[in-house]
Write a new protein. Structure first.
Length: 200
C-alpha cells in the first residue's frame, strides 16, 4: 500500500512537472516567435518634398534677413529700437538656419535647389533684389531705419507665406513645428515693425 501510494505521488508530481515545463516552453516559443515591435520612425526619417522645399527655400530667405540686419547694424544714427529688432532677428534665424541645414543633410537633400529649383523671386516670397539691398546699404540714419523696417515687413510676409505652405503640405513634424513657430514669431515682429515705422 505504501509503495503504491508513493508511486502514485511520484507519478502525479512528474505529470505536474511535465505540464509546467510544457507551458513554459510554449510561452517561450510564443515569445521567441512573436514579431518584434517595429520601432517608430524618427522625426528625421519622416519627410516629403514639401519639407525639403521648405528648408531649401527658407535657408537663403533667413540668410538674407541676417544680411539685411548686418547692413543696418553697421550704420550710425539708427533708431535704437530698430537696432534691437535687427539683433533679435539675427539671434532667432541663425539657429533655424543651422537646424534646417542639418535636416537637409539627414534627408540626403542638397541645400541648394539647383538649376531646376524654384524661382524664389517669382514665388513672391519677399526676397529683396540686388537693387533693394543696395538701397539699404546706401541709406543712413533715420532713412536706413525706415527702409529696413519697410523691407523687413515684406520679407517677413514672404516667410509667413512659405511657412503656411509647409504647415499645409509638410510631413516632418519638426519642420511643420518650425513653420508654425516662424508664422507666430514673424507675425508678432511685423506688428512691432509697423508700430516702429509709424513712430519714426
Amino acid at each position: 500500500m505504501l509503495t503504491a501510494r508513493t508511486t502514485l505521488t511520484a507519478a502525479t508530481a512528474l505529470v505536474a512537472a511535465l505540464t509546467l515545463a510544457g507551458c513554459t516552453a510554449t510561452q517561450q516559443n510564443e515569445t521567441e516567435n512573436a514579431p518584434a515591435a517595429s520601432a517608430s520612425p524618427t522625426a528625421e526619417a519622416v519627410f516629403n518634398d514639401a519639407d525639403v522645399t521648405f528648408a531649401q527655400m527658407m535657408i537663403p530667405h533667413h540668410e538674407q534677413a541676417i544680411e539685411m540686419s548686418d547692413s543696418l547694424l553697421e550704420k550710425d544714427g539708427v533708431d535704437e529700437q530698430v537696432r534691437e529688432l535687427a539683433e533679435q532677428i539675427k539671434d532667432a534665424q541663425q539657429p533655424e538656419i543651422d537646424q534646417m541645414t542639418d535636416w537637409l543633410d539627414e534627408w540626403g537633400a542638397d541645400e541648394s535647389m539647383g538649376p531646376a529649383g524654384h524661382d524664389m523671386g517669382a514665388m513672391g516670397d519677399g526676397m529683396m533684389s540686388g537693387e533693394d539691398m543696395g538701397r539699404l546699404d546706401d541709406a543712413t540714419g533715420a532713412e536706413a531705419s525706415a527702409l529696413f523696417l519697410e523691407q523687413m515687413i515684406m520679407h517677413h510676409e514672404g516667410a509667413i507665406d512659405m511657412a503656411e505652405v509647409e504647415v499645409e503640405n509638410g510631413e516632418n513634424p519638426d519642420a511643420v513645428a518650425l513653420a508654425e513657430q516662424i508664422i507666430e514669431d514673424q507675425t508678432n515682429e511685423i506688428a512691432e515693425m509697423q508700430d516702429l515705422l509709424a513712430a519714426l
